[in-house]
Design a protein around this ligand. Structure first.
Ligand code: FES
Ligand code: FE2
Length: 360
């Protein structure tokens, strides 16, 4: 396990961006504790159904807002009221504006300092995403749009929990440039083409290859992109399948990851046969990811890849990744340094029309 500073990523330990923090079903009216970005946090759902993420510790005497089963606040069913959360210790209550709005035993108005941090949260695709910015700024980019999600021929995914990895997320980001692992790790034939494109907060990989796991199958074309540092989407064959991999820093140097996969069943009213097909496709996608995971779970940190001719542009994807570890005022300068299209010697570049599609 190595830290952002040891990788030379920048002055900020945890990157700016949107990150998954839970699946939708994990967030209920019973507050639960999670830990991300080196911080203890609490998730809960208000009566309206809206999901909230707050700092875990009460500003009064520092009680944990979720880790309690014995207080009468919990027993009397007063833990969550409306959209508010009540501390199990002295029953102070906080609302989504972050303010304490009730101290049951005190005739005085709650002091200004009685504030709880509510994180910016969005719920989409069966997942809860939170915006993290060490500088406290509002989002400067949006969550990715998965247009296929609303198409009834695509059954919703069942998110796979991949657990925690004692590995800095940069080791996963490297995969975007890692043309040379596709054959030995995943069983690909030599790629028909391979390009990376860096575009601001997006990092793309365009690639196509046959694979020995997919017999009687032409080349699998994958258009894969990160939207910010933690959310990867890969479109298989122009969107017939959509792979989703997302990872969120836990400590500085470790992460939690999830996987999902949806596919076009070809049937706008999918039944059990399509459901089974989707399950198998998702399991296949997960098995391919597991080949990477086994490496990541056991490797030592790589501060400076020993790249050779034929490797993809590790230095370019790392240059892209650095923007999220710098103050926002520096991000544009770093983006300009990283922006561009990069290939690997010995492998054709992605077709012009594909690259043009991205630019459009
Ligand atoms: S510690 Fe939370 S109300 Fe006192
Ligand atoms: Fe891989």
């Amino acid at each position: 396990m190595a830290t952002a500073a040891e990788y030379g990523l920048g002055p900020i330990a945890f990157p700016r961006g949107w990150f998954m923090v839970a699946t939708s079903e994990e967030v209920t009216s019973v507050p639960s504790s999670v830990r991300f970005f080196g911080q203890d946090l609490v998730l809960y759902r208000g009566e309206s159904g809206a999901a909230y993420m707050v700092d875990a510790y009460c500003p009064h005497l520092g009680a944990h807002l979720a880790k309690n089963t014995s207080s009468f606040v919990i027993k009397d069913n007063k833990h969550v009221e409306g959209e508010c959360i009540r501390c199990p210790y002295h029953a102070w209550r906080f609302g989504p504006d972050g303010k304490c709005n009730e101290i049951p035993y005190s005739p005085a108005r709650p002091p200004e300092a009685a504030k709880l941090r509510y994180w910016r949260v969005e719920e989409r695709y069966g997942c809860i995403f939170a915006w993290h910015d060490a500088e406290g700024g509002v989002p400067d980019f949006n969550l990715p749009v998965i247009s296929q999600w609303d198409n009834p021929a695509y059954l919703p995914w069942e998110i796979d929990h991949l657990g925690d990895l004692p590995c800095h997320p940069i080791e996963l980001i490297d995969n975007m440039a890692d043309l040379a692992h596709l054959a030995p790790t995943h069983g690909s034939e030599p790629s028909d083409y391979f390009s990376n494109q860096v575009r601001g907060v997006e990092l793309w990989q365009l690639q196509a290859a046959r694979n020995r796991m997919l017999v009687n199958h032409g080349a699998l074309r994958t258009d894969t992109y990160y939207t910010g540092p933690g959310i990867l989407i890969s479109r298989f064959n122009g969107g017939q399948g959509i792979m989703f991999i997302t990872h969120t820093p836990v400590e500085d140097g470790s992460l939690r990851a999830w996987h999902g996969f949806i596919m076009n069943s070809g049937n706008p009213a999918p039944g059990e046969a399509e459901r089974e097909m989707a399950r198998q496709a998702s399991a296949g996608s997960l098995a391919a990811l597991a080949q990477d995971f086994e490496v990541w779970a056991n490797k030592r940190p790589c501060f400076d890849p020993l790249a050779v001719l034929g490797d993809g542009g590790f230095s370019k994807v790392r240059a892209w990744y650095k923007q999220f570890y710098h103050p926002r005022a520096d991000a544009e300068r770093l983006q300009k340094l990283a922006n561009g299209t990069y290939g690997a010697r010995g492998t054709p570049a992605a077709p012009e029309e594909l690259l043009r599609e991205l630019a459009g």
